[in-house]
Design a protein around this ligand. Sequence first.
Ligand code: MLT
Length: 264
Amino acid sequence: MRIEINGLTFAYTDQGQGMPVVLIHGFPLNRGMWQPQIDGLAGKLRVIAPDLRGYGGTPPTPAPYSMELFADDIIGLLDGLGITQPVVAAGLSMGGYIVMALARKYPQRLAGIVLAATRAGADSAEAQANRLKMADLARSQGAAAIAEAMLPKLLAPSTYSQRPALVEQVKAILMSASVEGIAGALHAMKDRPDSTALLPEIAAPALVIHGAEDQLMPPAEAEKSASGLANAQLELIRGAGHLPNLEQAEQFNQRLAAFAASLA
Ligand code: MLT
């Protein structure tokens, strides 16, 4: 589906009925990463999954991007769909940074939040320098170079050795990102604020969910977020790396569905 938001045509999926759950993808992915959630949960929930600007079917826009801009796009989508009731905002990794931006700017729109494979802190100076190098790499060598750099760290070692079709699927998603989208999101992540002090202020219940074998974002980050939040439950998923929703889709879906049901 397509909708005009903030002067840009966004691609999104909107399936099912019930509590609206907005699924916000990670970097440099697109809404294709949520297919098991769309397939598995649309019988129980209203599952909404946009492509962020510069990803999937949503075209890039000129820099700068920010987590606040991405959050404004999510609210524009909800407004465009006529959804005024509070929603569950679920974000993975960079999507989690966007959920925190939503909690900062639009707390009244949130019935619950899901922080998957993410962290509350800002980038270190070293991580910021790395973002700039990655953006240069994307500009000089394209999405394939970013895919090559990220793919080995995205999935659990067991996923690599046993699930070649899933590895190929993730690779295809990574390869499809636009260079402007990659560079824009890298700059936005580099400059994102530290949300640690925001966590205890978030009134909405939270589900913090993380792969036990995440090589990009240590599970200790999830423990820190869960203990900082006022009202959180923590789920560590075994046999999953940075993409627990794809690597252990059934478990991820069960936990997300139970969390959404607890809010209804
Ligand atoms: C993501 O998966 O969205 C990114 O790896 C997050 C990050 O680089 O901080």
